[in-house]
Design a protein around this ligand. Structure first.
Ligand code: NAD
Length: 221
């Protein structure tokens, strides 16, 4: 059994992760960490001894949470977005998997967009999220832009447009334009369950990875 703690456990994503972990045959949910639930990370790590921490908290605290877990020898799966990834490079003691998007459809969108960027003249990205999302632009949109630039360095970073509205969950559209034509690639997460297979896969694999830091679900597929 993999012993799993969840930080941000009272949040929209954290609650869904707790349900998914409880429903997994090979995992045990050992701690729901969240100031809203009165449970502190250090206390939970010392008492519950999880194998893996899953962090879906807020940008302001994600780096501290990751450092605390790694220092305690606990592997970390990070879904939180909106912080500087460079702050957690070079940590040793446990492995980290982070992904701006754990939905397989979003991973495929990024791959297809990077491939298309080589052939179409220019592109722009529109990301649409619920109105309580703290970071802007989304981590997925920033990662999509980086992958497209890496595939077509001469075209630069595609501009990103952000929309925040009630009713939305997590959506992204890449529109590529060329002479007399456009190509639109779109992904919609209409339920937070869309992220759970990716999160559970990362929990199962994080301990066995050879690199201490893995960024992107595509490396685990
Ligand atoms: P949310 O605001 O609903 O939940 C955040 C929770 O974190 C809150 O319950 C808050 O009390 C808690 N929190 C605050 N400080 C904390 C601390 N020090 N330790 C532990 N918990 C703390 O947010 P959400 O919609 O659940 O999103 C959480 C994060 O996940 C965001 O950064 C969002 O962008 C990201 N996200 C990532 C993916 C992905 O696939 N990677 C998908 C959706 C959302």
């Amino acid at each position: 059994m993999i012993r799993v703690a969840v930080s941000g456990a009272a949040g929209r994503m954290g609650e869904t992760v707790c349900e998914a972990v409880e429903g997994a045959q090979d995992m045990e949910l050992v701690a729901r960490i969240d100031p809203a639930l009165g449970l502190d990370l250090s206390a939970a790590l010392g008492v519950q001894h999880p194998d893996v921490l899953v962090d879906f908290s807020i940008p302001a605290t994600a780096v501290a949470n990751i450092k605390t877990a790694v220092a305690a020898g606990v592997h970390v799966v990070v879904g939180t977005t909106g912080f500087d990834v460079d702050e957690v490079r070079g940590l040793s003691g446990a492995n980290i998997v982070m992904a701006p998007n754990f939905a397989i459809g979003a991973v495929l969108l990024m791959e297809f967009a990077a491939r298309a960027a080589k052939y179409m003249r220019s592109a722009e990205i529109i990301e649409l999220h619920h109105d309580r999302k703290l970071d802007k632009p989304s981590g997925t949109a920033k990662r999509t832009a980086e992958l497209m630039q890496a595939a077509a360095p001469d075209k630069g970073l595609p501009p990103i447009h952000s929309i925040r509205l009630p009713g939305l969950v997590a959506h992204e559209e890449v529109i590529l334009g060329d002479l007399g034509q456009t190509l639109t690639i779109r992904h919609d997460s209409i339920d937070r369950e869309s992220f759970m297979p990716g999160v559970l896969l990362a929990v199962r694999k994080v301990a066995s990875l050879s690199e201490p830091l893995t960024i992107g679900l595509e490396h685990l597929l």
